[in-house]
Design a protein around this ligand. Sequence first.
Ligand SMILES: NC(=O)C1=CN([C@@H]2O[C@H](COP(=O)(O)OP(=O)(O)OC[C@H]3O[C@@H](n4cnc5c(N)ncnc54)[C@H](O)[C@@H]3O)[C@@H](O)[C@H]2O)[C@@H](O)CC1
Ligand SMILES: [K+]
Length: 524
Amino acid sequence: MTELLSAAQMRAIEQAAIASGDLTGLELMERAGYGVVAALLAEWPDLAEGRGAATGVLPRTPAFLRTETEARRALVLCGPGNNGGDGFVVARLLQERGWEVAVFLYGDAAKLPPDARVNYDLWRVMGEIAQWEAAAIIGQAGAKVPDVIVDAVFGTGLTRPLPPEVAAVMTGLPAGRLVAVDAPSGLCMDSGRVLGEAAASAALTVTFHARKLGHVLSEGPLHCGALRLVDIGLGRTAGEDVTLAGANAQLGKGSGQHKFDHGHALILSGGQGRGGAARLSARAALRVGAGLVTLGCPPDAMAENAARLDAIMLRQVGGEGLAQVLADRRINALCIGPGFGLGALQARHVAEALGSRRALVLDADALTLLARDAGLLAMLHGDCVLTPHAGEFARLFPDIAARLAEPATRGPAFSRVDAARAAAARAGCVLLFKGADTVIAAPSGACRINAAVYDRPAPWLATAGAGDVLAGIITGLLARGLGAFDAAATGAWLHVEAARSFGPGLIAEDLPGELPKVFRRMRL
Ligand SMILES: NC(=O)C1=CN([C@@H]2O[C@H](COP(=O)(O)OP(=O)(O)OC[C@H]3O[C@@H](n4cnc5c(N)ncnc54)[C@H](O)[C@@H]3O)[C@@H](O)[C@H]2O)[C@@H](O)CC1
Ligand SMILES: [K+]
């Protein structure tokens, strides 16, 4: 599992490592600075060539002597804490490579924390440090265009909006190769939200030991650019509090198994002409490996669905309710919501489904019905999964959504993880909060993030019916016996993998058919 840390967890890991005597804060800072330099040279290999590219004692090549006349230039912006300390290390290492380095400090050198102060002093032996002056910094960046600008102003320690003179720089710098040390200054690393109004927008962010929550949540990815992770030798220390959703190796089927060993999912559909959404869910449930899938629909929709379904079975679910169908105890997972309808009969079916205590995905119209009826909400149980997008979430949990919508002015700012956890605890069931940073939370506080960002974007998932497929995938996984939390997290991961596997041009119908390729790649 890939962990995602809060700022406080990262501090605790660092302090524990230093207290153990295994390494010092200075060593960590040196490795962090070294990691930034290595990462930026790897990102932009042209910077590793020419004058300013240390070649040790090797002779310069004739080509180099002919073409390269100017040194590489870096502008390094340092802040008042240990992030600034990393910046002084970067400045020193780049100058040792032959670069021309200009350093600005925001804050008072006399108040730097001890490790940052040591690196400040080391740099002072090699070069100047100019006091922060927004116009001078922006002027320098514009006139002597640097090859890279290093943002080492604030990292995980930022708890307030950027001071105006820092914000002016972060929003006034020319577009280019801005490298953020650990975090783009201005971003809350617990929530991925901009504190106040301004944050740096980096081309590359280099972080240490583990990704922080802010790198993947909310606006974080927009501000980080590319994200690189550097090992600074802290080893594995954290418990897995929030992790990235990932592949589930348990999804294979044993050769001696029967279809009933893989569960029976029931997908409830709306009336005539409204069955497309439920059919998408049903196909996804079958493709993800449920042994049997039945679509339950009102009498008027039987003919339409019969004409469109083969491997998926069809049952009439009329005014008499669900009880008859659910008498079959082999039906072990339900999906209600896609194209379902919002009438009194549908509300009754939701109540019956909840009352049956079967594993249950509630999506789309079912979420609207829940939001309208506190009695239904009170029936939710631990085997339920709610799959709201932001609008549905706000209808279900208006106070939590309002808190999330408030401007972020103090760190740690209220995050989508906080919101999903609060909602799951209140609902008493698993909640999947959709987004590019889908958050899956359980009432216990367990939390995973399915991040479709950085090298895993899935922009073509923004298409009609994609949510119906996700609901179906999760229902199929519930039928196969996964617990609600695992089914939701694994389902979200598979959904993005399927979208990425298909690529541009994707429509919802393509998603179920793409799952076999994903499974093959997983070597199921
Ligand atoms: N935790 C670790 O293991 C390591 C941390 N390192 C670096 O240390 C950083 C964290 O250092 P710090 O905890 O010192 O935090 P920062 O350097 O991010 O900033 C903290 C300083 O900024 C001040 N501050 C916060 N918000 C402010 C605002 N809006 N206006 C003015 N001042 C403000 C604080 O009072 C404090 O002096 C990390 O991001 C990373 O770059 C690295 O050296 C490697 C190891
Ligand atoms: K920074």
